[in-house]
Design a binder for this molecule. Sequence first.
Ligand SMILES: Cc1ncc(COP(=O)(O)O)c(C=O)c1O
Length: 362
Amino acid sequence: MTSLNAQRRTWAEVDLTRIENNISAVLSAIKGVYSIAVVKANAYGHGAIEISKIAIKCGVNVLAVATLEEALVLRKNFPEHPILILGVVDVDELPIVSENKLSITVHDLRWLKMANNAIRLPINIHLKVDTGMSRLGLHTAEQVNEADFILSSNNLFKKEGLYTHYAFGENPDSMKKQQLLFNELTKGINKSDYYYLHLSNSASLEDSLSLGNTIRLGISMYGLLEPKRLSIAGEIKQAIKLFARVTQVKHVSAGTSVGYDHTFTMEKAGYIATLPIGYADGFIRRNQGRSVMIDGTKYPVIGRICMDQCMVLVDANVQSGDIAEIINDELSVLQMSEEIGTIPYEVVCLISNRVPRVYSRK
Ligand SMILES: Cc1ncc(COP(=O)(O)O)c(C=O)c1O
């Protein structure tokens, strides 16, 4: 009988038990702290709806995304749960924000003044202070005071959160510096007007109690923190795997060249397997030379990775229809990110929309 998986050319499998265990491990490490699950970019490639369901089940207080579009998709699926947009919404979009009971970030005084003129219905606000990223946020005490004054003067603005973002999550000295600046920039306002005070992300979660009452939880939910960083890192596990089914195997003679630009030539006769996964699926060209695993054996990717396919040097044991593991526990996201010179976030965000996500519980 052919299963749904048997028909897939390539797919990502997300183990929801691991996601649940990861979230539970973090939440028990930070008892007494509110939590915001960062599920932007399709939950770092894992699937925003499924991950949000688990996060809510685990007791996460707020879901956070980057854009209004992402927030609206979540709102359809979660009619009541608080949803925060970490990025910027257009002032013209405020009616949609209100109708959908979304929370938004106030990042800039000029924007806030326009919003103050445009707002017609209540909106929950998280005021963002820039303490070192030089990205979004108010960056002087005067701006923070004026923003707080505007928010206090218009009762359609509901103060819900006050936050900043660390530039070096795992660097205590730099974190301390940003905390001191945060206190300096916000000393003229009444911080207790804001329900959620959030500074920490995953890498700084063990510091989340030192300032603030809320953590924004991203990469740790997905089990992709570097193990050395945190005491709980050993408890959390990568939840995603990536697979492709061998489409063709051929026996070729010595001297046969492979792929665009013929960057690989067979030294002796052997077998080449073609996999239906390429850079348009997120398996980027830098993976050339790395291994995939078929039935427990590692085989190298040879020749240039194409848009939709790549080739692997295999042996007589491999047949078309076999499943190649591109990412698994051994060929991990962390290892791939190190080998191709990037970070785990980028590896999982690169897995594109055309790769179906399949959910399991193990
Ligand atoms: C503003 C903000 N908060 C929190 C996070 C989550 O960080 P992490 O995935 O490192 O936990 C991100 C991630 O990009 C972010 O941009």
